[in-house]
Design a binder for this molecule. Structure first.
Ligand code: C2E
Ligand code: MG
Ligand code: MG
Ligand code: MG
Length: 278
């Protein structure tokens, strides 16, 4: 009884909560099969510099099923993390990204960066980090073309190990960014003590920047502080001209959001990419 009451008092929604054991087993099996069939594909969302250049993209996973339905990460990433399947999915994403980077280099592109979302399992495990690096090396992709996105909550799990592994990544030449910046609880401290290169300001701040004066002040100072620590700043979730104008005035270095483009498949991104560079 008390257990039931406790459960119903949760205020957050967890997509996995509604699955019973049977459904979980089915989903696990489906994802495993999807991994085998390489149904996890990369969609690219472009990133732009302050002066309007396309500088690269974030690689975002999509599960494209046999019948071509496209399943969003909210339907499988958290589940895959909990069920030991995220490492295999990340491997697929990284392989695809490496293949695509090579093909763009072959087409004459240079000076672009593709970012990949890694997980707490990676950032706290030296062996997994090395495995990712070995994969990149096996493709002969120069590390400077890649960035790994991590989040504050991943780092909290084991701060010392995370720092060690970020240092390791950096020794290989991989850039590291702090995703969803500002949603954790002691963000400012991380600016000082983590050897990261970029912070990605969470969309929730961007949403309110055009009407909330306090958020504006906060953002202005975060950007200033980040620059003081030699970090670059990217604003995530830019949806309109108004937000862009404000963030540009604040000297934000880069932008990503629906205002510039949604995540698209390789072909569509490539067209956008090759056109912008001409
Ligand atoms: P994220 O890493 O913070 O990625 C940004 C998310 O915000 C993406 O959602 C993107 O489509 C969305 N977004 C970007 N600009 C806008 C905008 O202007 N408006 C709105 N409303 N949304 C915008 P997506 O692709 O659904 O991914 C959600 C999350 O799933 C990601 O958040 C990331 O945490 C996770 N994820 C996606 N792909 C992977 C992956 O390959 N590996 C891992 N570990 N996680 C992934
Ligand atoms: Mg991300
Ligand atoms: Mg984010
Ligand atoms: Mg996010």
């Amino acid at each position: 009884m008390s257990k039931k009451l406790g459960k119903s008092s949760y205020t957050f929604y967890d997509e996995n909560m509604s699955l019973n054991l049977y459904e979980e087993t089915i989903k696990k099996k489906e994802i495993k099969e999807g991994i085998k069939q390489k149904e996890f594909k990369v969609y690219y969302q472009p990133k732009y510099s302050n002066d309007g250049q396309l500088t690269g993209a974030e690689a975002l996973a999509r599960w494209v099923k046999g019948d071509n339905t496209v399943i969003l990460p909210s339907e499988f990433i958290e589940f895959a993390e909990k069920n030991g399947l995220i490492v295999a999915i990340t491997d697929l994403i990284l392989e695809e990204v490496c293949t695509d980077i090579l093909s763009w280099i072959e087409k004459g592109e240079s000076d672009f960066i593709i970012s990949i979302n890694i997980t707490s399992q990676h950032i706290t495990n030296r062996k997994l980090i090395r495995t990712l690096m070995e994969k990149i090396e096996s493709f002969h992709v120069p590390a400077e073309y890649l960035e790994f996105e991590i989040t504050e909550s991943m780092v909290i799990e084991d701060f010392n190990k995370a720092v060690e592994n970020i240092v390791l990544l950096k020794s290989y030449g991989i850039r590291v960014s702090m995703d969803d910046f500002g949603t954790g609880y002691s963000s400012l401290n991380y600016l000082k003590s983590l050897p990261i290169d970029i912070i990605k300001i969470d969309k929730s701040f961007i949403d309110s920047v055009s009407y909330n004066e306090k958020d504006k002040v906060l953002l202005e100072n975060i950007i200033h502080l980040a620059h003081g620590f030699q970090l670059k700043v990217i604003a995530e979730g830019i949806e309109n001209e108004d937000q862009l104008k404000i963030l540009k005035e604040m000297q934000c270095d880069m932008f990503q959001g629906y205002h510039f483009g949604r995540p698209v498949n390789k072909g569509d991104f490539e067209r956008m990419f090759l056109e912008n560079k001409e």
